[in-house]
Ligand binder design. Structure first.
Ligand code: ADP
Ligand code: MG
Length: 921
C-alpha cells in the first residue's frame, strides 16, 4: 500500500466497490492490482475525475457547454460511542474498523470476516469538526465561490451525527460548529458585500411537501424546472439576504425552531424529514477587461459595452432523513401512507444513484421531490460531496452496512461540473442607461454652455467691431481733415511763394538780360567766367532766399505765439466785453426811454412855442381883444389829449403829437432856425417813420426830402444819426428807395458816412444803404454813385453793428446780382468784386459775430453763383471759404447752397480737382 495521505489522497480513485463489496477480504488485499484495475476502470468510464470538491482545474470558459467530469466525492464519518453504547456495547467491538490513512473502512461481518471499502475520506470518531469541514465541504464551498453549483449532503441512520456534522451551531463551543456555519463564514470572508450578494432559503421536505422553514405559513412550495436547461428553482421560498454571520446564525436558529414546531404539530420527529439549506452566491467579476467596474468613466464606453460577467454559485446543504426509514416502513406506528411518503424521496434517491452508478439510460429523477431538487447534484453540473455517517454499535450493523453501500454507489456517480457564469445583460443595460442619461445630460449642459458662449462672443465681437469702426472712422475723419487743411494751407503758401519768386525771378532775369546783352555786344566770345559769376550770383540769391525763408518762419512763429497770447487775452476780454455789452444795452434802453420822455416834453414845448407864435401873430393882426380866447383855445388844444380825450390816452406821445399838431407842421420844423428845434423835430419824424403806417404820409408830405436835406445842410451828428435812421426806415419801401436815389440820397448818405464818427450814425447810414442794395433796379446807379465804396468805407469803424449792416448790404447786393445773372441781364464780374469787396468778405468770413458771418456767407454763395466771379474768387481765396461753409456752416440751407455752387461751377471744380480737395455730397 503506497497510498499517501494528505491532498494527494483526494485524488484517490474510487470504483472498486463492486469487487470489494463482493469479495475483498482483509487477507487477500492486493492493493496494487486492485488499484490499477480501479484506475483503468475509472479511465474507461470518464476521464480525469475531479477530486472531492476539488476541481480547481475545472474553471472552464464561461458559459461553455462542456463541463469537466467530477465524480461525487464520498466521505465516511464514524460517530463516537455515546453514553448508552459505552455501557450496552461495552463487551463488543465496533462493527467497523477505520484505516483513515488508507481511506479504508473495514466492516466486520463476524468475528473472522471483514469487508473492506475505500472512500474518498475516512473520518474517525476523533475527527474534529474543522477537519471534517475542510475535507468534505471546503472544496465545494470554494467551487461555489468560483461559480459552480455545489452540494453537501449527509446520509445515515438517525442518531449517527448528520445534523451534528452539518447543522451544529457551536454556540457553546466554537470547535463544534458544523459545515453550514463554517461554509457561510468562508463565503462571507470571500465575497464583497458591495458587489456580490448572498441569499439563503431554508426548507424542509416532509411527505413530499416542501415547507419553508423561514416562513411556516408557506408550507407547500412548488418546485419549478426550467424546460430549457432543466434548472430547478423554488420561486415560492423565502430568500433572505445574508450580510453577516450573526444574521445567518439567527436564521438557522429560526429555521430549527420552526422545524421543531412543525414536527411537534405533525407529531413527527426531525429524523423523518429532509432539511435543505440553499445558499445562492452571486458574484460580479471585477478584473475581467475592467468590465464590471461601475466607476468606468464615459471615455471607456466601448469597453463598457461588454456586459459584466456574473458567477452564480448555489450551495445546497441537505440533512437527509434517517436512512433507516427506507427499510422500516410501517414500523414505529406509521401509517402506510406516511411510511410510503417518508421513504419515497430517500428510496428514489437511492434508485437514481443506482441508475447513475450503473450508467443506466434512465434515471428516475421525477419520482420524488428530493430527486427533483437534487437533480443537479447527482449526474448534473454540481460538485457534490456526500458524508455518510455511521455509528459504531454492532447492533446497527445492518443499517451501517446499507449506509456504506449507499456511499459506495454514490462514489460512482459522475457529474459534469460546469461553471455557472453568465453575462449580466440586465445590469449592463441598467448601467448603460444610467451612463446614457448622464451623457445626454452632460451633452445638453455642454450644448447650452456652448450656445451661451457663442452668443456672448458674438455680442462682444459686435461691440468691439462697432467700437473699432467708430474709432477708425473718427480717426480717419480727423486725419483727413487735418491733412486737407494742412494741404490747403501749404498749397496757399506755396502759391504765394511761387508767385513771389516768379516776380523776383522775372526782375532778375530782366536785369541779367540787360547785363548779358551788354556783355555779348562788348565781348563777342562768351567766356566761362560770367557763367560762374552767374552761378555764384544765383547761389547767393538762393542763400538769401533761404535766409529770408528762415526769417519768415521765425516771424511766423513769433506771430503765432502772439496770436495765441492775443487769443488768451481776447478770451478773458470777451467775457468782460460781454458784461459791458449787457450793461451798455441796459444803459441804452434806459437812455432811449429817457429820450422818449424828453422828446415828449420837447414836443409839448414845441407846441407851446407854436401856439405862442400863433397867438402873437393873431394879436398882431386882430388886436388884443382876441388874444385871450386864442390862447385859451391853444391851451385847450394842448391840454385836451391829456385831460379830455380818454380815447387817445394810450397812444404814444409822438403819435398823439402827429394827430394833434399835424405832419406838415412837424416837417416844417425840420428847417427851423433853432438847432434844438430841428433835433426834436427830426426825432419826432424818425419816430413816426418807424411806423410803417406813417411812412407813405411822411414821404408824400415831403418828409423824405426834408430828411435828406438835413444830411446835407447840418453839421450836427445827432441830426445826421436820427435823420439817417429815419431814411433807413423809409428805405425799406421800394418806391421810397427809388425816391431816395432820385434825390441823390446815395451821395448824401456817402458823405455823411465819410464824416461820421459815431458808430450809431454809421450804423444808420449803412442800414439805409443796405436797404437800397436790395433793389434790383438800382444796382448800377447805386454803385456808380459810390454806394458800395461808401459801405466798404464804413468798415473802418469796426463796430460789429456797423459791420453787420455793411455785410447785409453786400449780401443784398450780391443777391440782386446773382438774380440778374441767372436772368441773363448781368454779365461780367460782380460790381462788388470790382469795388474790392471780395477781400473784405474773405477777411471777415470767419468772424465770430454771427450776424456778420451769416451775411458774408450768403454773399459768398451769391457771388459764387455767377461763373464770371469764379476766377476772382479762386484768386482771392474765397473758394476756401466756400469749401469751409459747405462743410461747417451751422445752417443747413447755406451749407447746401455753398456745396451746390461749388459743384456747379466748372472753374471751382477744376480748381478743387487740381488741389485734390474732396467735396463730399
Ligand atoms: P442524526 O442527525 O443523524 O440523527 P445527531 O446529529 O442528532 O444524529 O446526533 C445524535 C447525537 O450524537 C447527538 O447528541 C450528537 O451530539 C451526537 N454526536 C453525533 N456525532 C457526534 C460526534 N462526531 N462527536 C460527538 N457527538 C456526536
Ligand atoms: Mg438529525
Amino acid at each position: 500500500m503506497s497510498t499517501t495521505s494528505g491532498a494527494g489522497a483526494l485524488n484517490y480513485r474510487n470504483g472498486t466497490q463492486r469487487s470489494s463489496l463482493r469479495t475483498q477480504s482483509s487477507t487477500s488485499t492486493s492493493s496494487g492490482g486492485q488499484k490499477s484495475s480501479v484506475k483503468s476502470k475509472s479511465v474507461l468510464r470518464k476521464s480525469s475525475p475531479a477530486a472531492l470538491g476539488g476541481g480547481g482545474s475545472s474553471k472552464s470558459g464561461s458559459g461553455g457547454d462542456a463541463g469537466v467530469p467530477g465524480r461525487v466525492r464520498v466521505a465516511v464519518r464514524l460517530r463516537p460511542r455515546n453514553g448508552e453504547e459505552l455501557i450496552a456495547d461495552a463487551d463488543f467491538a465496533d462493527c467497523v474498523e477505520l484505516q483513515p490513512e488508507l481511506k479504508r473502512l473495514k466492516l466486520r461481518k463476524n468475528n473472522w470476516d471483514t469487508d473492506t471499502f475505500e472512500f474518498d475520506e475516512v473520518l474517525t470518531e476523533y475527527a474534529s469538526q474543522k477537519r471534517v469541514y475542510e475535507v468534505v465541504a471546503k472544496p465545494v464551498v470554494e467551487g461555489v465561490l468560483d461559480g459552480y453549483n455545489g452540494t453537501i449532503m449527509a446520509y445515515g441512520q438517525t442518531g449517527t451525527g448528520k445534523t451534528y456534522t452539518l447543522g451544529q451551531l457551536g454556540e457553546e463551543d466554537v470547535a463544534d460548529r458544523g459545515i453550514m456555519v463554517r461554509a457561510m463564514e468562508d463565503i462571507l470572508a470571500e465575497v464583497s458585500l458591495e458587489m456580490d450578494s448572498i441569499s439563503v432559503s431554508y426548507l424542509q421536505l416532509y411527505m413530499e411537501t416542501v415547507q419553508d422553514l423561514l416562513d411556516p405559513s408557506n408550507d407547500n412550495i412548488a418546485i419549478v424546472e426550467d424546460p430549457k436547461n432543466g434548472d430547478v428553482s423554488l420561486p415560492g421560498a423565502t430568500l433572505v439576504e445574508i450580510r453577516d454571520q450573526q444574521s445567518f446564525l439567527e436564521l438557522l436558529q429560526l429555521g430549527e425552531a420552526h422545524r421543531f414546531a412543525a414536527n411537534t404539530k405533525l407529531n413527527t420527529e426531525s429524523s423523518r424529514s429532509h432539511a435543505i439549506l440553499m445558499v445562492n452566491v452571486r458574484r460580479s467579476l471585477k478584473t475581467r477587461d475592467g468590465l464590471s467596474s461601475e466607476s468606468n468613466g464615459n471615455s471607456h464606453m466601448t469597453k463598457s459595452l461588454k456586459p459584466p460577467v456574473v458567477r452564480k454559485g448555489k450551495l445546497v446543504v441537505v440533512d437527509l432523513a434517517g436512512s433507516e426509514r427506507i427499510n422500516k416502513s410501517g414500523s414505529e406506528g406509521h401509517t402506510l401512507e406516511e411510511a410510503k411518503s417518508i421513504n419515497l424521496s430517500l428510496s428514489a434517491l437511492g434508485k437514481c444513484i443506482n441508475a447513475l452508478a450503473e450508467n443506466s439510460s434512465h434515471v428516475p429523477f421525477r419520482d420524488s421531490k428530493l430527486t427533483r431538487l437534487l437533480r443537479d447534484s447527482f449526474g448534473g453540473t454540481a460538485r457534490t460531496s456526500l458524508v455518510i455517517t455511521i455509528g459504531p454499535s454492532p447492533r446497527h450493523r445492518g443499517e451501517t452496512t446499507s449506509t456504506i453501500m449507499f456511499g459506495q454507489r454514490a462514489m460512482k456517480v459522475e457529474n459534469m461540473v460546469k461553471l455557472k457564469e453568465e453575462f449580466d445583460y440586465k445590469s449592463l443595460s441598467r448601467r448603460l442607461e444610467v451612463q446614457l442619461d448622464n451623457l445626454i445630460e452632460e451633452n445638453e449642459r455642454q450644448q447650452k454652455a456652448f450656445v451661451d458662449e457663442i452668443e456672448r462672443i458674438t455680442v462682444e465681437a459686435h461691440n468691439q467691431i462697432s467700437e473699432a469702426e467708430k474709432r477708425y472712422a473718427n480717426a480717419l475723419e480727423d486725419e483727413k481733415q487735418r491733412y486737407q487743411n494742412d494741404y490747403m494751407e501749404s498749397i496757399k503758401k506755396l502759391e504765394e511763394n511761387w508767385s513771389k519768386n516768379q516776380k523776383k525771378l522775372a526782375a532778375e532775369r530782366l536785369a541779367l538780360g540787360e547785363k548779358n546783352g551788354l556783355d555779348i555786344t562788348s565781348n563777342g566770345n562768351r567766356s566761362i567766367a560770367p557763367a560762374l559769376e552767374e552761378v555764384s550770383e544765383l547761389k547767393k540769391l538762393l542763400q538769401k532766399e533761404a535766409q529770408s525763408k528762415m526769417a519768415a518762419e521765425e516771424e511766423v512763429n513769433r506771430l503765432k505765439h502772439q496770436l495765441t497770447e492775443f487769443k488768451k487775452v481776447e478770451a478773458s476780454g470777451n467775457s468782460e466785453i460781454m458784461r459791458l455789452h449787457k450793461m451798455l444795452e441796459n444803459e441804452t434802453q434806459q437812455k432811449e426811454k429817457l429820450e422818449g420822455e424828453i422828446a415828449t416834453l420837447h414836443s409839448q414845448l414845441l407846441q407851446l412855442s407854436l401856439t405862442a407864435d400863433e397867438t402873437r401873430r393873431n394879436l398882431e393882426q386882430h388886436g388884443s381883444e382876441k388874444t385871450s380866447s386864442a390862447r385859451d383855445s391853444l391851451m385847450s388844444q394842448l391840454r385836451l389829449p391829456q385831460i379830455q380825450d380818454p380815447g387817445n390816452a394810450e397812444k404814444p406821445p409822438v403819435a398823439r403829437l402827429f394827430e394833434q399838431v399835424g405832419l406838415q407842421k412837424i416837417l416844417s420844423l425840420l428847417e427851423a432856425e433853432d438847432a434844438d428845434v430841428r433835433i426834436h423835430a427830426v426825432k419826432v419824424v424818425a419816430n413816426l417813420a418807424a411806423e410803417e403806417a406813417n411812412q407813405q404820409q411822411i414821404v408824400e408830405a415831403g418828409g423824405l426830402t426834408s430828411l435828406l436835406m438835413l444830411l446835407k445842410n447840418t453839421e450836427d451828428e445827432t441830426i445826421h444819426r436820427v435823420a439817417a435812421g429815419a431814411i433807413a426806415n423809409l428805405a425799406m419801401n421800394e418806391t421810397n428807395q427809388e425816391l431816395i436815389m432820385d434825390q441823390g440820397g446815395i451821395g448824401l448818405l456817402s458823405s455823411t458816412a465819410a464824416n461820421a464818427e459815431d458808430p450809431q450814425t454809421l450804423r444808420m447810414v449803412a442800414g439805409a444803404i443796405a436797404n437800397l442794395c436790395g433793389n434790383d433796379k438800382l444796382q448800377t446807379k447805386l454803385r456808380s454813385e459810390g454806394g458800395i465804396a461808401a459801405l466798404l468805407g464804413m468798415v473802418r469803424c469796426g463796430h460789429p453793428d456797423v459791420l453787420a449792416q455793411v455785410a447785409r448790404g453786400i449780401a443784398n447786393f450780391a443777391k440782386c446780382e446773382s438774380r440778374a445773372s441767372t436772368q441773363g441781364t448781368k454779365r461780367g464780374k460782380s460790381l462788388l468784386i470790382e469795388d474790392g469787396a471780395l477781400s473784405w468778405i474773405v477777411q471777415n468770413a470767419k468772424t465770430e459775430t454771427a450776424a456778420i458771418r451769416r451775411h458774408i456767407e450768403l454773399a459768398l454763395c451769391h457771388l459764387a453763383q455767377h461763373e464770371g466771379n469764379a476766377k476772382e474768387m479762386v484768386k482771392e481765396g474765397a473758394i476756401w471759404e466756400l469749401v469751409r461753409i459747405s462743410r461747417d456752416c451751422s445752417r443747413e440751407d447755406i451749407r447746401s447752397l455753398a456745396h451746390r455752387t461749388l459743384t456747379s461751377s466748372p472753374t471751382f471744380l477744376t480748381e478743387l480737382r487740381r488741389l485734390r480737395v474732396d467735396i463730399r455730397s
